[in-house]
Design a protein around this ligand. Structure first.
Ligand SMILES: Nc1nc2c(ncn2[C@@H]2O[C@H](COP(=O)(O)OP(=O)(O)OP(=O)(O)O)[C@@H](O)[C@H]2O)c(=O)[nH]1
Ligand SMILES: [Mg+2]
Length: 338
């Protein structure tokens, strides 16, 4: 699997070059003054967003990054060259933490973002800088300063407006396939989806992004199934669609499914239950209209949700999906206007 959403790196900016200690030596000038130049500055380290990447896999093998050191100063007042900066590319939505303090340094949410993370050391001073009225021939120079070193943790949290959660097989990927150009795999077995997939929806006035993540099962927060680690990819969304499977293989009724899913969401560190969440009952093509209205009634009563927080759709045939998409767009636009 090529999807990696966490990585640990050791980075070190370049050290400054040392200053030089040198004296002018030219014909006819027996006692030339000090002419040692300063050392060059060490290279900085930047993180830059690469919108074409959506995985941290590149950091699995390469974990140590050093920017170039500055060069030493030299005689004839020659300054050392600065060390080249190092630019490390990361996917949009990567959060950069200091792995020693766990402090969040940067949240890379800007498509054209470039962020300085470790500063190169300044170059040292050559002896020319130490000449004074009382010391015409100083030998003194200073070494360069060390570049900043940091242990870094990277965490990729996808940028999406809407997140899909549900038991495996509920039809989340079928839905995303139907309504967007994303093509996550669909399978009639659990855990078809093994990584998040993002799909862009072009609404009437705006476009927005839906994230499909691997299915959750009871006990996911204790590691059952694929666990809940993928929930970080919906932690930035404004709205969750909780998928309930009306034709569940395990015969878990939709109300129970939603309750179980909410429990799992509850145990995630970011407060996902605070988000607006709507219930999407999928696979209505397999049920009669009478069954559907009965389920709706029970669900609204048991879960204490209003009529407009529950949708009945068929991801396979598309029935009910345009109404849902319309409501999503309106809700997201409302959110943006706040
Ligand atoms: N009849 C019917 N079948 C559906 C519908 N939606 C999905 N399915 C079927 O249900 C199965 C699971 O669909 P997926 O979209 O892979 O389900 P998922 O929720 O993404 O599953 P995971 O990736 O395992 O979490 C597939 O066999 C789909 O064809 C629907 O509306 N009606
Ligand atoms: Mg899926």
């Amino acid at each position: 699997m090529n999807f990696i959403d966490e990585a640990y790196l050791e980075i070190k900016a370049g050290d400054g070059g040392s200053g030089a200690s040198s004296f002018r030596r030219e014909k006819y000038i027996p006692f030339g003054g000090p002419d040692g130049g300063d050392g060059g500055k060490g290279g900085d380290i930047y993180f830059k967003v690469n919108t074409n990447s959506n995985t941290l896999i590149d950091f699995q093998n390469k974990k140590i990054f050093n920017a170039k050191n500055g060069e030493r100063g030299a005689g004839k007042n020659k300054f050392g060259a600065a060390g080249e900066d190092l630019i490390i590319e990361v996917p949009l939505g990567t959060v950069i933490y200091d792995n020693n303090t766990q402090e969040e340094l940067i949240d890379c949410t800007d498509k054209i973002g470039i962020y300085l993370i470790a500063k190169g050391g300044d170059g040292g001073l050559g002896n020319a800088k130490f000449k004074s009225s009382t010391n015409q021939a100083p030998r003194k120079f200073t070494p360069g300063f060390e570049g900043e070193a940091r242990s870094i943790r990277l965490e990729l949290k996808s940028l999406a407006d809407v997140g899909l959660v549900g038991f495996p097989n509920a039809g989340k990927s079928t839905f995303l396939n139907k309504v967007s150009s994303a093509k996550p795999k669909i399978g009639n077995y659990p855990f078809t989806t093994l990584r998040p997939h993002l799909g862009t929806i072009k609404g009437n006035e705006s476009s927005y992004v839906i994230a499909d993540i691997p299915g959750l099962i009871e006990g996911a927060s204790d590691g059952a199934g694929l666990g809940i680690k993928f929930l970080k990819h919906i932690s930035r969304t404004g709205l969750l669609l909780i998928f309930a499977d009306l034709f569940s293989f395990e015969n878990i009724n939709p109300i129970k499914q939603v309750q179980l899913l909410k429990n799992e969401l509850d145990s995630f560190k970011d407060d996902l239950t605070q988000k607006i969440s709507w219930i999407v009952c999928n696979k209505i093509d397999l049920l009669s209209d009478e069954d559907i209205s009965q389920i709706r009634k029970d669900l609204e009563k048991e879960l204490k949700v209003t009529h407009d927080e529950v949708f009945f759709i068929s991801a396979a045939t598309g029935e009910g999906t345009s109404e849902l998409l319309k409501r999503l767009e309106t809700e997201l636009l409302k959110d943006k206007q706040k």
